[in-house]
Design a binder for this molecule. Structure first.
Ligand SMILES: [Zn+2]
Length: 421
């Protein structure tokens, strides 16, 4: 450890929340302005605090790891990013939705075009970073390989390759919150929102309450990733068939194949259908949100699993939501109100096939002005045995389904495995 040598700043700490340290905003933000220069770049650099017009720093939750790396002497304190050749592989927008200060409030639609719009400022020494990156990839997924082998996804050399993988454009999006817009979305005053965010994070960002002039927060939360199959530009064309899955992270199922829920089968089914739509001349979109365990986290989630399986009578669809609420305080902390922002970023106006049974997601999308034609529930044969409890409980609670909704005695009979089985 040689942190003293590398981290010279450690000797004195500048509190930007101090009244004598309130800087006149060099680059004011006019959220929703149609011209990116007029809107203003988001500047969250810590190398020159006087340039900052945002609270928080880049990289979401990883900002803490970066700090640790600097503390350990592994990371140069004054590193300036060399952004040569990092430009997006596919252009996105601008769309009308970018110019509406209320349509998008949780990401920066100009965040992938830093080099195009703010190059002069960057050259003059302002540390402006992209908050969105766009690249291309091929996906190797066992379930997709099965779909190809079964003839459900033909090899066409365009979407599905000879190697049985699928081509995709992927877009990583960091959260950039416009606080007045977030407050309005939740029906709060901006002051109340700032105060609660400050208090409930243990006072992490004092500027939330001391710097009302700073309207942007880069919250230390997970990012969002969009996977597009077909031509990205078609997402904004309502006449092109769009198949879409909006998926909230579930590490246990998505990555490890844990069978207590339907997350991975629903995700891979969504990817398969999105790719198939692209093969038919449409476009597919799968959006992955880092909102593990209904945004309650994995520790809470595993506690709930135990509480469900140890309760009197065992794990039952009839008591599924109640057990979550007992442990977590709420059934669900995901608040889908911010989710449609990413759809508006891509200019989506109409979703022909929405892969989701969640009414919260459906309502949020429709209330944000996007038309939904068909809702697609997970096919029965893809539901793992132990996930019957979850799926039947959700259907009974009003989640969308084309199938039967079990009630009362029938619902009570839907049981999960015991803990040690
Ligand atoms: Zn899950």
């Amino acid at each position: 450890m040689n942190s003293d040598k590398n981290y010279k700043k450690v000797s004195h700490v500048v509190l930007t929340s101090h009244t004598n340290q309130v800087y006149k905003e060099v680059f004011p933000i006019h959220w929703g302005a149609s011209d990116p220069m007029q809107r203003g770049p988001i500047i969250a650099t810590i190398s020159d605090k006087s340039h900052r017009n945002a609270i928080g720093t880049h990289s979401g939750s990883y900002t803490v790891y970066r700090a640790l790396s600097i503390a350990a002497g592994h990371f140069p304190v004054d590193h300036k990013a060399d952004l040569a050749n990092t430009e997006a592989t596919n252009p996105i927008g601008p769309y009308d939705s970018w110019k509406d200060p209320e349509k998008i409030v949780s990401l920066d639609p100009w965040g992938a075009m830093i080099n195009e719009h703010f190059l002069d400022l960057i050259r003059s020494g302002i540390d402006i970073r992209p908050t969105i990156a766009v690249t291309q990839a091929r996906l190797h997924i066992p379930e997709i390989r099965e779909a190809i082998d079964a003839g459900r996804l033909p090899i066409d050399g365009k979407i599905v390759s000879q190697a049985k993988d699928i081509k995709t454009t992927k877009v990583a999006i960091e959260p950039v919150w416009y606080l007045p817009g977030i407050a309005k979305r939740f029906g709060l005053s901006e002051g109340d929102l700032r105060k609660i965010l400050f208090q409930e994070t243990g006072g992490m960002f004092p500027e939330l309450v001391t710097r009302p002039d700073l309207k942007i927060l880069l919250p230390p939360i997970g990012s969002t990733t969009a996977y597009i199959f077909g031509d990205l530009k078609d997402l904004a064309d309502p006449s092109v068939e769009l198949t879409c899955r909006v998926h909230d992270e579930c590490n246990g199922s998505d990555v490890f194949g844990s069978d207590i829920c339907t997350c991975r089968p629903y995700l891979t089914h969504g990817i398969e259908d999105a790719a198939r739509t692209a093969q038919k001349g449409g476009v597919g979109l799968v959006v992955y949100f880092r909102k593990e365990g209904r945004a309650l986290g994995e520790v809470t989630k595993f506690l709930v699993y135990n509480a469900r399986k140890r309760q009197k009578g065992g794990d039952s669809a009839a008591t599924y939501f109640m057990r979550t609420e007992c442990v977590a305080g709420v059934e669900d902390a995901r608040f889908q109100e911010l989710m449609p922002d990413v759809l508006h970023y891509f200019g989506v106006k109409k979703i022909h096939n929405l892969h989701s049974m969640s009414n919260m997601k459906y309502d949020a999308i429709v209330n944000s002005g996007i038309e939904v034609v068909n809702r697609i529930s997970i096919p029965e044969d893809l539901v793992p045995a132990d996930a019957q409890v979850e799926i039947e409980a959700k259907k009974a609670a009003g989640y969308f389904t084309q199938g039967e909704v079990k009630k009362d005695k029938k619902l009570e009979k839907v049981k999960g495995r015991k803990l040690d089985e």
